[in-house]
Structure formats: structure tokens, C-alpha cells
Write a protein that binds this ligand. Structure first.
Ligand code: E4P
Length: 283
């Protein structure tokens, strides 16, 4: 399992690298960019970014992260609201790929995002399909990116946001891992929206390919001596109820899966609001 930092502040990256002694990559998103101290300072000073300056800011940030993690992956998220077309996502993705060598382009798991992913992997680029909340979406991502090489496609189920509404996010990870057992392995599961030590240890014990966790959690993990859960751990695979079935068949065209999910829609709304909140719309 590879460990990523979920954040957009290079100072945090430096500190986590120091505390853990390693870091395999970093995931960013528009809400995290909005929380970056320099972005906040701009906003507080009443000095919002212009439409082009915000991308210059994001680019410099990603270049700094890539310099800190030259062997790691840096996820850069496209702006996507309900109206964003596949073409608009492709334009952003190709632009991001010129910024750094180790980018995974984050795209929403919607019809427009899946269409874009399918084109991008065909061009040999890497993608991170985000705002995943269901097995149907995971099956669609697999189908839309078929033919990609291993490592080119990350799938990001958001477990904390499922827990927030009384569902079991970790169970979704278990079901997807089970479903992908029968696959060619070109999609890697990146457990995201990780909120607690239990999430982190559980995702480790069940063998998520990648886990992205926030700064505070990775620092607490380092402080506790980087514990790795053993077979006695409550959430070790042998102690969990078996997954009853193999999930969905993975051989359909991606358009045939039921990909809509309300949390994907509300997640896109929040991401675009946070991004737009940084921009001076009159510029
Ligand atoms: C990372 O890829 C995700 O964007 C992030 O983990 C979302 O986390 P949140 O649900 O805590 O905002």
C-alpha cells in the first residue's frame, strides 16, 4: 500500500516527509487549494485571483509538490461543474500535464469525466477518477479505461463522506477490491476522504492499493510509530464478514452502468464553489 498526503500546502508535505521518512504522492482538490495559506491570504486581503492567475498559482504549487516528491504522483483536479463538457476537461488535463511529469489528472466520475478519462488514457496520460461512491461507478471507471497500463488509473472512493450519511465507506472499498479481483488490475483503488486512524489502519489491513490521508492523521500515525495492523486487528480481513458476491460484471460498455450518485453531484458543486470563491469574477 502506498501512502499519499491529501492536501495543498507544501509545508505540510515537507513535515510529513520528515516525520514518516517517505511519502508516495499527494492528492489536491479545489477545496484544499482554497485552504492553502497563501490562497487564503490573498482572499482575506480582498485580493482575489484573476481567472488566469489562479492557474498560475495552482501550477506553481504543483511544481513545488513535484519537486518535493519527484518519484511520487501528484493529483491535479480539473474544474468541473454540472455544465463542464468533456472537451473543457480535456483542455485542462492536457494543460496540467505540461506542468509536471508525474501528474494524475483528477476527473469527476460523471459521464463527461468518464468520456474524458477514456480519451486521456488513450493518449497515454494518467487519471484519478474522483468522487466515487458506488460499485457501479467503479465498474464504469474500469470499463472506460480498459487498455490502460497499471498505474495509469486511480479510483478514489470517498469513504468519509459515505460515513457522514450513515453508510459504511470502508465496506465500499472492500466490495470494490473484491470486484476488481477478477480484473486485469489496470485500476488501482485509492482510499480517499479518510478521516480517522481507524480508516487509515483498516484501509491498510484490507490492502487498498493507495491511501490518501490528511496532514494531521499522517503526523499522528508517524508519532505512534507507523503502526501496521496485524491479524488480530478488529478490521483485519480474517475478522471481517466475507463479501457475499463478486460484485458487478466488468465487461459492459461504461455507458451501461448506473453512474449517477447524489454525492458526486453535491461534491462537484462544493468543489466549484470553493474554486470560484478564490476568483475575482469581474476579472
Ligand atoms: C482526495 O483525493 C479527496 O479529494 C479528499 O480525500 C476528499 O476528502 P474530504 O471528503 O474530507 O473532503
Amino acid at each position: 500500500t502506498r501512502i499519499f498526503l491529501d492536501g495543498a500546502d507544501p509545508e505540510e508535505t515537507r513535515q510529513v516527509l520528515k516525520a514518516l521518512g517517505f511519502l508516495d504522492g499527494q492528492t489536491t482538490n479545489p477545496s484544499l487549494i482554497a485552504k492553502n495559506p497563501a490562497a487564503q491570504a490573498h482572499k482575506v486581503a480582498g485580493n482575489k485571483f484573476s481567472g488566469t492567475a489562479i492557474y498560475e498559482f495552482y501550477k506553481e504549487l504543483c511544481q513545488e509538490l513535484a519537486a518535493l516528491l519527484p518519484q511520487g504522483s501528484i493529483s491535479i483536479e480539473v474544474y468541473g461543474d454540472a455544465k463542464t463538457t468533456t472537451e473543457a476537461m480535456l483542455t485542462q488535463a492536457r494543460q496540467f500535464d505540461t506542468w509536471i511529469k508525474n501528474a494524475h489528472i483528477k476527473l469527476p466520475t460523471t459521464a463527461a469525466g468518464l468520456e474524458a478519462a477514456s480519451v486521456l488514457v488513450g493518449e497515454g496520460r494518467r487519471v484519478n477518477m474522483t468522487l466515487v461512491f458506488s460499485q457501479e461507478q467503479a465498474a464504469a471507471v474500469y470499463a472506460a479505461t480498459k487498455g490502460a497500463r497499471r498505474g495509469a488509473v486511480f479510483l478514489s472512493p470517498f469513504i468519509g463522506r459515505l460515513d457522514d450519511r450513515g453508510e459504511n465507506g470502508m465496506d465500499l472499498i472492500r466490495h470494490i477490491l473484491r470486484m476488481y479481483q477478477a480484473s486485469d488490475g489496470h485500476v488501482e483503488v485509492l482510499t480517499a476522504s479518510v478521516r480517522s486512524m481507524e480508516h487509515l489502519l483498516c484501509a491498510l489491513s484490507i490492502g487498498s492499493d493507495i491511501i490518501t490521508a490528511p496532514y494531521k492523521l499522517l503526523m499522528a500515525w508517524a508519532e505512534a510509530g507507523i503502526p501496521i495492523p496485524g491479524p488480530d486487528y478488529a478490521y483485519a480481513p480474517g475478522n471481517l464478514a466475507p463479501i457475499p458476491d463478486e460484485g458487478l460484471p466488468l465487461d459492459k460498455p461504461w455507458q451501461e452502468y448506473a453512474i449517477g450518485h447524489p454525492l458526486t453531484d453535491s461534491g462537484m458543486v462544493k468543489f466549484s464553489e470553493d474554486w470560484n470563491g478564490l476568483i475575482d469574477m469581474s476579472s
